[in-house]
Design a protein around this ligand. Structure first.
Ligand code: GLC
Length: 752
């Protein structure tokens, strides 16, 4: 216990009983508050924290953000008063604006096609977490350590209402929002390095079947020279939607399919849902039944609900032995020719239930670490516990590969086990635009690896939407095009040559930026900093940036301005940001990518997949600060495997200095013991957006003549935005109407 912690004023006993029975510091400027009669067994183990919180001293009396506990009927209420003019963020996967002030979120994970149920107030995941940023830039984070069904309203009074017993609240105080995110990561852990291929562009659809169609997709990507790393298998690869099976006619040879994909530098990801079809003779059901592995009703029968295959039982992932069983099934499955896993419908989604999920009185048995409890308690961590088992299963099958699991359902802290996407959005402009604040708020809730279905899932995409969505979406951490059954195809080439070219250019940009993107992911594994960041993080003292939700940052050094964002309604950080001219020709769709003054961004060359990336041939894009200097970082490793844990990586310091008319850029390994071999580097010198390239040189240093004529800052008036007016595009309702008509005509059922 540090002396400093004890120098603050202690809570008086009277003050404590009005608010919380006990409160301790658990880290520097991090306090935990316990309610009176705290029932630890009803909440532990916490899914949020990697280590149990250890008291380190008393909370100073001048502590600013404090919970007050009360009751509303049977419900537990916790309120925290904050300043009226604080800006609030986070709160997980949410629809609406970036700023979360005056919003309501229900923490009850729900299958929510088109975000239409409950006006989108309850989606697939729960993150009982608020990030608050004060006018002076100082910031705080609030964690409600509670998985029970609950809700959150965010006003001057932040209010959690829970159907479970009173829970502890953790409050982080920091100098700014970035430092709060780092502390959240310190407490809740960081994700592990994903395989490099998972950062590549990915193509999905509900569904590509039979396997010849999968091969066709792979071949078309390669024939058209559009970079792509992953092809996804949705439920139709299964035998009658039974998990851990393959359709014997349509997917007779998964290993052969994987070999085919690998030969073309593609990876394969397969969907696995939690619902196990009730069918005697089906091995997964037989094993689950024989060992009593399914979630029960209070009368002891298995809970049964309908999902894709019909009536299903659901594994009780609160039990250690069930998770072990699931890991084993996963491992066997993965060994048959699978590179990554996609866990869906794991809220769990149930079609024939009025609540779209299990009955709240369903019983989860728990294990040596957690008590038996009702679905009311365990619902929100159903997917969390599932993907924990899935990840283990992948590791069992391939101990030398980094697991990749994508999950629709999750909980605060679940970024440790899987990446996520934002579920069933729609191919509409409002969902496209909203995907920016959604991804940002999930990122500000501790989940760095997330993104939407690019092009939109439900309803038909069209040429303009796909072109713009791809041109913006490739800067999101997770970049996958996916569409629902019954909608038109939306691969990059289906809307004609123009859109195909726009998509190719955009996707090539992602691959060119891969050295920088991979470095950002590595940063997230170390300190939890989001890969995609809100514009206000570039300057937390600029009030105009607090609500900016069209422009966003990729790391600290690149700012992305979507082409449809109009100059008169966006705010950009001040400073000599330069919009990069990344191609010779402008197609009027590519997002403007602006580089921070004083930064060096490492770029590679176009490759058709991450396997083909040449890690040693680099363009070091330099936008010098006024004094002619610039710095940057580059992280490299094998792209897969765990060697990095024992130092098999290389971290480089990039530095630039100007002397007279010359600028010199150097690259120096400062960490890690991996020898990446000789570098072939050139400078891309940025002035007023134009990039002037030096010749490539072999070695660690390159010098070129500087180019003068530098402008100060982005002149928004000079940027040519696209003509499209997002507010004039069809709404979800209009799109759905068209969709329903189309389906009625074709005799198809509405299916997604
Ligand atoms: C769910 C998923 C979607 C998937 C579909 C069929 O709606 O969210 O991505 O395509 O199920 O498996």
């Amino acid at each position: 216990m540090t002396k400093r912690l004890f120098t603050g004023l202690l809570f008086s006993a009277a003050c404590l009983s009005a608010m919380a029975q006990q409160a301790y510091m658990v880290d520097k400027d991090v306090a935990v508050f316990y309610p009176a009669n705290y029932d630890a067994a009803a909440h532990s183990p916490s899914p949020v924290f990697v280590h149990e919180l250890v008291p380190q001293g008393n909370v100073p009396g001048n502590w600013k953000v404090k919970p007050v506990y009360s009751k509303e009927g049977d419900k537990t209420v916790v309120t925290l008063n904050v300043n009226a003019d604080d800006d609030l963020y986070g709160t997980g996967e949410v629809v609406g604006d970036l700023r979360r002030n005056g919003k309501e979120v229900n923490f009850w994970n729900t299958d929510n096609y088109g975000y239409m149920k409950e006006q989108g107030k309850q989606l697939y995941q729960s993150h009982p977490w608020v990030l608050g940023v004060r006018k002076d830039g100082s910031a705080y984070g609030i964690i409600a350590d509670n998985t029970w069904k609950s809700s959150l309203t965010t006003n001057q009074q932040i209010k959690f209402v829970s159907e479970g017993p009173a829970f502890r609240v953790i409050v982080i105080e920091r100098a700014n929002a970035k430092e709060v995110m780092k502390e959240l990561a310190k407490l809740s852990g960081t994700m592990e390095m994903p395989p490099l291929w998972a950062l590549g562009f990915q193509q999905c659809r509900y569904s590509y079947n039979p396997d010849s169609r999968v091969k066709e997709i792979i071949d078309t990507y390669r024939a058209k020279n559009i970079p792509c790393d992953v092809v996804w298998m949705d439920i139709d690869y299964m035998d009658q939607f039974k998990v851990f099976t393959y359709d014997p006619k349509q997917f007779p040879d998964p290993q052969g399919l994987q070999d085919y994909a690998h030969a073309k530098n593609f990876k394969t990801v397969y969907m696995i849902d939690p619902g196990v079809k009730v069918e005697d003779g089906y091995f997964v059901y037989d094993q689950g039944k024989a060992n009593d592995y399914f979630v029960k009703m209070p009368d002891g029968t298995n809970y049964t609900g309908r999902v894709w295959p019909g009536d299903c039982n659901f594994p009780d992932y609160t039990r250690h032995e069930v998770r072990t069983w699931w890991s084993g099934l996963t491992s066997d499955f993965v060994k048959k020719g699978v590179d990554g896993l996609w866990n869906d419908m794991n809220e769990p989604a149930v079609f024939d239930s009025q609540t779209f999920t299990m009955d709240t009185e369903a019983v989860h048995w728990g294990d040596e670490n957690r008590d038996k409890g009702s679905h009311l308690r365990y619902h929100n961590v159903y997917g969390y516990n599932m993907i924990k088992a899935s990840r283990e299963g992948m590791l069992l099958a391939k101990p030398n590969n980094r697991p990749f699991v994508l999950s629709r359902d999750n909980f605060l802290g679940g970024h440790r086990y899987g990446a996520t996407w934002t579920g069933d959005n729609m191919s509409t402009w409002d969902h496209f635009q909203m995907s920016i604040p959604m991804t940002l708020n999930l990122s500000l809730s501790g989940q760095p690896f997330n993104g939407p279905d690019m092009g939109g899932f439900g309803a038909d995409a069209d040429a303009e939407l796909l072109a713009h969505w791809t041109a913006t979406g490739i800067y999101f951490p997770f970049a996958r095009n996916h569409a629902a059954k019954g909608t038109v195809d939306q691969e990059p080439w289906v809307f004609g040559q123009k859109v195909e070219d726009v998509c190719r250019t955009a996707i090539e940009r992602r691959y060119r930026l891969m050295p920088y993107i991979y470095t950002l992911f590595q940063e997230a594994t170390v300190n939890g900093m989001p890969v995609m960041r809100p514009a206000f993080m570039a300057d937390d003292k600029d009030p105009a940036l607090r609500g900016e939700q069209k422009v966003f940052m990729l790391g600290d050094d690149l700012m992305i301005i979507p082409r449809w964002a109009k100059a008169d309604n966006i705010h950009i950080p001040s400073g000599d940001w330069d919009v990069l001219q990344l191609e010779d020709k402008d197609d009027m769709y590519q997002a403007f990518v602006a580089q921070r003054p004083g930064s060096i961004v490492p770029m590679g060359n176009v490759a058709q997949s991450t396997i083909e990336l040449d890690q040693n041939t680099l363009t070091l894009l330099v936008n010098p600060a006024e004094d002619g200097t610039a710095t940057g970082v580059l992280y490299q490793d094998a792209g897969d495997g765990f060697g990095y844990r024992t130092g098999e990586y290389a971290k480089f310091q990039l530095s630039a200095k100007t002397e007279g008319d010359n600028i010199t850029v150097s690259i120096k390994q400062v960490d890690g013991k991996m020898d990446m071999g000789q570098k072939n580097i050139r400078i891309g010198f940025v002035t007023d957006g134009k990039i002037t390239y030096s010749p490539y040189v072999q070695g660690n240093e390159v010098t070129m003549k500087t180019v003068k004529d530098k402008q100060m800052g982005i002149d928004l008036k000079k940027l040519k935005f696209s003509d499209i007016d997002p507010s004039k595009q069809p709404t979800i309702q209009e799109k759905l109407k068209i969709q329903v008509e189309k389906m009625k005509k074709s005799g198809q059922a509405m299916e997604w």
